[in-house]
Ligand binder design. Structure first.
Ligand SMILES: Nc1nc2c(c(=O)[nH]1)N[C@@H](CN(C=O)c1ccc(C(=O)N[C@@H](CCC(=O)O)C(=O)O)cc1)CN2
Length: 300
């Protein structure tokens, strides 16, 4: 069997187009411009790239995009003061603090300082609780992107067996909640799960978010299953020349694609959907803040 490739880059482009359409209508009909503030602390090279991409995509969608950069050794109080300012700024509907934060900062405390209504990452404890109890919340961008791709590919997910490999607060746990919300039978597995390959072999849907390069191999996959690879791992690529690297997922693409019914590639799969869903969440937050109907198809 040769899997259908789920093209996240192309799908993200359609989401971004929809977002831009909603932004244009918000401006035209209500005189409102959605605004997103992205905060970066320190100079982590990957984070710098992601923050730049987020700000560029925000502006391309017609929204207000503001970037705040703090020194790597910025005291926690300075970051909390900035968040407080953004919480009360009426031009800002979404706030995102890029993770990971430098070690001296308390990530939980910082995230929970964000106004939950502006928490477009969906990481605030209130949003976590709302999602976990099936109430309207802000939904974390990466799992939301995975859900959108799964719904687009399958239509209904009801009754499917889903295995999420990884139990992070950012991906694994919210992904499991979203799949449960769509009536899947969900197992959360992780590196210490006994007989992990056997558990994964039962899945109609596999979401790999474990952070280990190419850990999931084709012999773990049930024939015809859908594989969503959330991993983004940079590994050495001596075949490309000395010192060169390449990106791989948590799944060994070739062996999994030979067995799966559908699979997301890395790069070009889940990653682009993360940024598209951030834009979608910002429009959703803006509509909610202004008592307007939420855009259809852009939320869970
Ligand atoms: N506050 C947050 N911090 C982080 C999040 C997040 O959702 N909120 N997620 C990740 C990083 N991330 C966004 O911030 C992110 C990662 C990857 C991509 C992406 O498009 N990747 C490309 C490949 C890019 C490359 O060539 O390096 C792909 O997969 O095709 C977008 C966003 C951690 N921090």
């Amino acid at each position: 069997m040769s899997a259908t490739i789920i093209d996240g880059k192309a799908f993200a482009a359609t989401v971004r187009e929809k977002v831009a359409g909603h932004v244009a209508r918000l401006k035209e009909e209500h005189g409102i411009t959605p605004g997103l503030a992205v905060v970066l602390v320190g100079e982590d090279p990957a984070s710098q790239v992601y923050v730049r991409s987020k700000n560029k995509a925000t502006k391309e969608a017609g929204m207000l995009g503001v970037e705040y950069r703090l020194d790597a050794d910025a005291p926690q109080d300075e970051l909390l003061r900035l968040i407080e300012d953004l919480n009360t700024n009426p031009e800002i509907h979404g706030i995102l603090v890029q993770l990971p934060l430098p070690g001296h900062l308390n990530e939980d405390l910082v995230i929970n300082a964000i106004d939950p209504a502006k928490d477009v990452d969906g990481f605030h404890i209130s949003n976590v609780g709302l999602l976990g109890t099936g109430q309207k919340s802000m939904v974390p961008c990466t799992p939301l992107g995975c859900l959108m791709m799964l719904r687009d590919h399958h239509g209904s997910l009801s009754g499917m067996n889903a295995v999420v490999i990884g139990r992070s607060n950012i991906v694994g746990k919210p992904m499991a909640q979203l799949l449960l919300g769509d009536s899947c039978t969900v197992t959360i597995a992780h590196s210490r799960t006994k007989d992990l390959p056997e558990v994964v072999r039962r899945a109609d849907i596999v979401v790999a978010a474990v952070g280990r390069p190419e850990m999931v191999t084709g012999d773990w996959i049930k024939p015809g299953a859908t594989v969503i690879d959330v991993g983004i791992n940079r590994i050495d690529a001596p075949e490309k020349g000395e010192g060169k690297t390449r990106l791989v997922g948590d799944c060994d693409f070739d062996s999994c694609a030979a067995v799966a019914g559908a699979i997301t590639p890395v790069p070009g799969g889940v990653g682009p959907m993360t940024i598209a869903c951030l834009l979608a969440n910002t429009v959703t937050a803006c509509c909610r803040a202004n008592g307007l109907a939420e855009p259809e198809g852009l939320t869970a």
